[in-house]
Design a protein around this ligand. Structure first.
Ligand code: COA
Length: 345
């Protein structure tokens, strides 16, 4: 029998509970054939090695905040209330190096002078954001938090780098979290987080920061682009998401067989298959939309939640295991029983 440890103790700190969800994909799409027309690659190679067929991309002039506002608005509608106390935008592609993107998003959403800040944990940003939002709610600094993952990954992709250009794409997803109890549907379990700065080189944008600016040397051409050591990243992604997922399951008192849906960062279909095999969660209990979204960085998990809730793939009461991994390295995992929420339009 399942040993569920999500019992509420009187007087305990409030838990973060999902109250709304929304996603936004920009309308323009790029197919594998479009990429093959300008790069030495093919539809067959991309499908076989990544599982991606098509991805959405922001039109020229569209920035991360534009996608974030669209997803955030939908999540607020889904939650049935425009009131929040804090806005977190998880992104590695902010509109500007400074200030953060979140204050602009909060203002454009008409949320007033609420707390607003960005969170940088690359593709692990949404799961890190769940941890931070849980902390804000547990510490009673906020009762309601809008957490958005939003990226214009195409703004940091070298169009000539075929190994990166085929993977990354644009989008945004958001959840509203409210104060509640750990035993109610939607309550975010303990968020297991980790990092490994010794492997920061595996996925990195090396230019544009204080390291380069204070080096006394001119900027390195192409330093503004994301560089990746694909094979090592692949291995690390599987290992770190597996380990953190096991820790999150253990904390919840769940076994692999209790999980109705594995909601992992949509990095590569082969990474998802390897992760599922490690965790003993078969494909039919994994949620995936990478075939038509590509890797949307910090947006991938909330986008997937919004889409799956909209199609009915995700139903109230489903026990979910969320896990993500990104450059830093940074990773995390948590558990969640899906609540009765309908994505906002
Ligand atoms: N089309 C055709 N060939 C490509 C290619 C592309 N888009 N990208 C790379 N290749 C080539 C390589 O140049 C290499 O050629 P070589 O053998 O002549 O040197 C060959 O394919 C194999 O490269 P390798 O990197 O070993 O392939 P792979 O099976 O590891 O697949 C990735 C490459 C990028 C798809 C894979 O490593 C991957 O998905 N890694 C994780 C990436 C990721 O998820 N990053 C984000 C984490 S948040």
């Amino acid at each position: 029998m399942r040993d569920d440890r999500r019992r509420h103790r009187p007087g305990a700190a409030p838990a973060a509970v999902v109250a709304g969800v929304g996603g936004h994909l920009p309308p323009d799409v790029v197919t594998n054939d479009d990429l093959s027309a300008r790069l030495d690659t093919s539809d067959d190679w991309i499908r076989a090695r990544t599982g991606i067929s098509v991805r959405h991309v922001a039109s020229p002039g569209t920035a991360t905040s534009d996608l974030a506002v669209a997803a955030g608005r939908r999540a607020l509608r889904s939650a049935g209330s425009p009131r929040v106390d804090a806005v977190l935008v998880a992104t590695m592609t902010p509109d500007h190096p400074s200030p953060a993107t979140a204050p602009e998003v909060a203002t454009r959403l008409g949320l007033g002078d609420v707390a607003a800040f960005d969170l940088g944990a690359m593709c692990a940003g949404f799961v890190y954001g769940l941890g931070v939002a849980s902390g804000l709610i547990a510490g009673r600094a906020a009762e309601r938090v809008l957490l958005i993952g939003a990226e214009v990954m195409t703004s940091v992709v070298d169009p000539q780098d075929r190994s990166v250009a085929v993977l990354f794409a644009d989008g945004a997803g958001a959840v509203v979290l409210r104060a509640g109890t750990p035993d109610e549907p939607g309550a975010v379990g303990r968020v297991v987080l980790g990092s490994d700065g010794a492997r920061g080189e595996l996925l990195k944008i090396s230019g544009g920061g204080s390291r380069e600016r204070r080096s006394g040397r001119p900027p390195v051409p192409g330093g503004e682009y994301l560089r990746m050591r694909g094979r090592e990243i692949f291995r690390q992604a599987v290992e770190r998401m597996t380990d953190s997922s096991r820790a999150a399951l253990e904390d919840a008192g769940w076994k692999s067989g209790d999980v109705d849906g594995l909601v992992a960062h949509q990095a590569n279909a082969r990474i998802l298959a390897a992760l599922g095999a490690e965790l003993d969660i078969p494909a039919e209990r994994q949620l995936s939309n990478i075939a038509h979204t590509g890797n949307t960085g910090a947006a991938s998990i909330p986008l997937l939640l919004a889409e799956a809730a909209g199609t009915g793939r995700l139903a109230p009461g489903h026990r979910l295991l969320l896990t993500s991994f990104g450059g830093g390295l940074a990773w995390g995992a948590t558990t969640l029983v899906w609540p009765d929420v309908t994505p906002g339009h």
